[in-house]
Ligand binder design. Sequence first.
Ligand code: ZN
Length: 345
Amino acid sequence: MAALVLEKVKELSLRDITVEESLGPHDVRIAIHTVGVCGSDVHYYQHGAIGPFVVNKPMILGHEASGTIIEVGEQVGALRVGDRVCMEPGIPNPNSQATRLGLYNLDPAVVFWATPPVHGILRPTVVHPANFTFKLPDNISFAEGAMVEPLAVGMHAANKARIKPGDVAVVVGAGPIGMVTALSALAGGCSQVILTDVEQPKLDLGATLGAITPVNISEQNLVEVVSGLTDGWGADIVFECSGNARAAAGVFEPLCPAGCVVYVGMPGAPVPYNVVAAQIKEARVEHVFRYAHVYPRALSLMGSGRLNVKPLITDKFTFEESIEAFDFASHMPPASVKAQIELPQ
Ligand code: ZN
């Protein structure tokens, strides 16, 4: 089958590749419709590795996907041929200790699309466990369906923050993950989100998404803005979504006493952690790694109209333009948030 293959660092090709896949009794076969280009895909393309995961042999990219079921295993109950679905890209070992504890995203044995050596889904079809395949509400497009994967990270971050109705949140970084975290924070009960970045077009887009105050930190002082909006108290929650070392080092400054910091963005290098700044506020600190058990809730929020990811989908490419899409995403213009690739149906 034709697929977008990362041959080695900085070398992509659109070519035929054989992927051995048999349909088990609990699996479904899906015709892929839309795939989002993720920062991690681009990172493998440009650098060939993320942390301990190194691309040593050709690997198909892509893990943010939606599609249509074309075949179901004999034990599959709820899903039918023709169903429009999106998929969780990580498959844990169902019997592992992490999975039994409800922490399946932390299962060391998890098999995750486009994380070497596992192939991703920029290809016509894939076989996937029915348990990690979710029906799209009728009013949700394939493009929105392919946004559920990044949205799930924001939903998981909102869960970790344990938002109370009316909380004020800061979201540091207006990239795709910052945007979906801001949307999740508002859907989870925050009264307002203060969104920071240095790229004004992203902030302008963010400001249209709801009760979001944009702060361009190259021109404005975040701590002063937060102080002004909270009578000097500070933000209840700070979501660090930039992965930027300097931004990540300052997370406790806009935080209120006994507030919560959630580290969401994954920095490329170790970041400083100011223990005293955290101590004097008795800050609660949380971390997120991917997500667990949030797809159904993300889809309910989208289906009910409470959460709209459509404005984040800024750029579209065809499957034939896949390499172009990755070159585009490697140098993302400031006004772009998410690029997606649509496969021929
Ligand atoms: Zn992703």
